[in-house]
Design a protein around this ligand. Structure first.
Ligand SMILES: C[S@@+](CC[C@H](N)C(=O)[O-])C[C@H]1O[C@@H](n2cnc3c(N)ncnc32)[C@H](O)[C@@H]1O
Length: 205
């Protein structure tokens, strides 16, 4: 059955996110948290054939979509099936082969559609799984010094909060604070199209 979902933003941002990843990703496996439809996953697996892209999502409909995308793109021999990971449900159930080959963790447009405790859990668990030198990359909108960087982000933030009080665009300095608590340094803050950022965190201890 074709369970593919289509998230329109992934068409627009996959190329520029892929360009950021191409500077960082070298070998091994990458774990994606909150993979959504799976469109990013299959696009990055095809762009970086030397690695293994491991998708995950807590939503069953999303995991079914990811599996359908994997099949549709003829990647079943290369790409593992999505994992069920809710960042707050710990410990994350990670297969041994992934734990041994893991190079980094990526979360795209995830932390603003989740409560702050999910950001805390993401850093805490990533900090436990990753070794010195490995990366955690976040992509999405952020406030800087608690201010929105555009009017459209302000309206987007309000629309998120109307859907769920606990959602909303996070403040970069607070996210950075969380990274430090868990042994990461904020290595690069990259301005991206459409008022988004890619933030590269590196495990330093
Ligand atoms: C806005 S969608 C983004 C999906 C995809 N990364 C993209 O860019 O198209 C946010 C995703 O985060 C996932 N998510 C929400 N809360 C989560 C949590 N606690 N742990 C892991 N993923 C979560 C949702 O299921 C959803 O797939």
């Amino acid at each position: 059955m074709d369970n593919r979902l289509f998230f329109s933003a992934t068409q627009r941002n996959r190329e520029c996110i892929g360009d950021v990843l191409s500077r960082i990703i070298k070998k091994g496996s990458v774990l994606e948290i909150g993979s959504g439809s799976g469109e990013h996953g299959v696009a990055f697996q095809k762009r970086f054939p030397g690695i293994i892209w491991q998708t995950s999502d807590p939503e069953l409909a999303h995991r079914k979509s990811i599996s359908s995308w994997i099949e549709h793109e003829d990647l079943t021999k290369k790409m593992p099936q999505p994992l069920e990971i809710d960042v707050e449900k710990i410990p994350w159930k990670i297969p041994l082969r992934l734990a041994h080959s893991l190079q980094g963790i990526v979360a795209i447009n995830m932390i603003h559609v989740a409560k702050w405790s999910c950001t805390e859990a993401l850093f805490r668990e990533s900090g436990k799984l990753l070794n010195k030198g490995q990366f955690l990359i976040l992509y999405g909108p952020f406030k800087i010094c608690n201010k929105h960087i555009s009017e459209s982000n302000y309206f987007f933030d309000n629309s998120l909060k109307m859907k769920n009080d606990h959602w909303g665009i996070k403040n970069l300095e607070e996210v950075c604070g969380e990274s430090k608590k868990n042994g990461f340094s904020q290595e690069h803050v990259i301005r991206m199209p459409a008022n988004n950022f890619s933030i590269i965190y590196r495990k330093v201890s």
